[in-house]
Design a protein around this ligand. Structure first.
Ligand SMILES: Cc1cc2nc3c(=O)[nH]c(=O)nc-3n(C[C@H](O)[C@H](O)[C@H](O)COP(=O)(O)O)c2cc1C
Length: 352
């Protein structure tokens, strides 16, 4: 099989190898799954207008993310339950990302301690949700800062968890089969029973400033789909906004990130960085997102499917995606990421 086709086949391999509830947990979207299903093809709504007669002898796919260069323009998005896919879980992904000189965002629900993760030497950010009683978030944030997190990613699209349906005839869901020690190891014991530990329903721009001053880290706001919200986040002190619909796992019917990205980029107008995830499965998707103005691109399910083969599988996948990205850059006449701007024609992105 050619390398490119292998990436496309990762999900099918994972379906065969993983216990059914684990596969379903990763693959599923909220409700009827429309937003999840639409994502992978959505980048093709933007045809590329390649340059020719340009020197692409040397091509550099690196990007600068919050002031530091990463060797590849894609990183790993935060996802729960990596240890249910492979016993090495987050550690396998971290080692593979470190080898690619990339960036990993670690879910607050991770099953690996931040201190253990830091031993891999990976550059990493911590992702968090804020609870109704904000002070309950402090111990986890403190552990992340102490272990060397570079930034904090506040996920803002989850005031409640979007409903998902099980297709298992017996109704077995992931939580029936997963060992609870595989997740949430960075929280204080008893966190979930503490009054006020439920997700905040009153999240607002002031939380961005609170998070920044509490942690001393730059704040990235994840789950933005509208230009006006992106501006509110930036006005409140966000260093970056992350265009995401949570892989379609929250609001089914939400706009694709491929459609939302140009409006957010236009509204932010260079005042902060803009990242994106959602349905990124090929190097062509990566370059299309960069061409639309994303400063970095994140991968959710792709590294999870690859994790079935542990660190080796993730390394291979990241390396193939890098190769595809390099080929696409050459074929579009772009020697660097800034050269990709203008490869896609966007009419009248107004910030919504
Ligand atoms: C199994 C799974 C678990 C996830 N867990 C989290 C999480 O803990 N925090 C978060 O902000 N996003 C979470 N996400 C959303 C991802 O960070 C990302 O936004 C999404 O997966 C991107 O879409 P893609 O899977 O099509 O690449 C999760 C996604 C999946 C598939």
């Amino acid at each position: 099989m050619t390398p490119d086709r292998r990436l496309a086949g990762l999900e099918d391999r994972a379906r065969l190898r993983l216990p059914a509830p684990v596969f379903e947990y990763v693959a599923q979207g909220a409700r009827d799954g429309h937003t999840t299903a639409a994502a992978p093809g959505s980048w093709r709504q933007w045809p590329l207008h390649p340059h020719v007669l340009r020197d692409v002898t040397r091509v550099d796919p690196g990007t600068v993310v919050l002031g530091r260069t990463t060797a590849v323009p894609f990183g790993v998005a935060p996802t729960t339950l990596q240890r249910a896919i492979h016993p090495d879980g987050e550690l396998a992904i971290a080692r593979a990302v470190a080898a690619a000189d990339g960036l990993m965002v670690v879910s607050s629900n991770a099953g690996t301690t931040f201190a253990d993760l830091a031993t891999t030497g990976v550059r990493w950010w911590v992702q968090c949700y804020l609870p109704a009683d904000r002070t309950l978030a402090l111990p986890l944030l403190r552990r992340a800062v102490e272990a060397g997190a570079d930034a904090v990613v506040l996920t803002v699209d989850t005031p409640v968890v979007g409903t998902k349906y099980s297709t298992d005839p017996q109704g077995t869901v992931i939580w029936d089969v997963v060992d609870p020690s595989m997740l949430r190891v960075n929280f204080d014991p008893g966190y979930d029973d503490a009054p006020g530990s439920e997700k905040a329903l009153d999240l607002g721009p002031h939380d961005i400033d609170w998070l920044r001053s509490t942690t001393g880290l730059p704040v990235v706001v994840k789950g933005v789909l509208r230009g006006d919200d992106a501006v509110r986040a930036v006005d409140a002190g966000a260093s970056a906004v992350w265009v995401s619909n949570h892989g379609g796992r929250q609001l089914d019917g939400a706009v694709s990130t491929a459609s939302a990205l140009p409006g957010v980029v236009a509204a932010v107008h260079g005042r902060a960085q803009v990242y994106v995830d959602g349905g990124i499965r090929t190097g062509i998707d990566v370059v299309t997102a960069l061409a639309l103005g994303a400063d970095h691109v994140f991968l959710g399910r792709l590294p999870l499917w690859a994790l079935v083969d542990g660190e080796h599988g993730v390394r291979e996948t990241l390396s193939e995606l890098r190769d595809q990205t390099l080929e696409t850059l050459r074929l579009t006449g772009a020697a660097t990421v800034p050269d990709t701007r203008g490869l896609v024609v966007v009419e009248g992105a107004k910030g919504l």
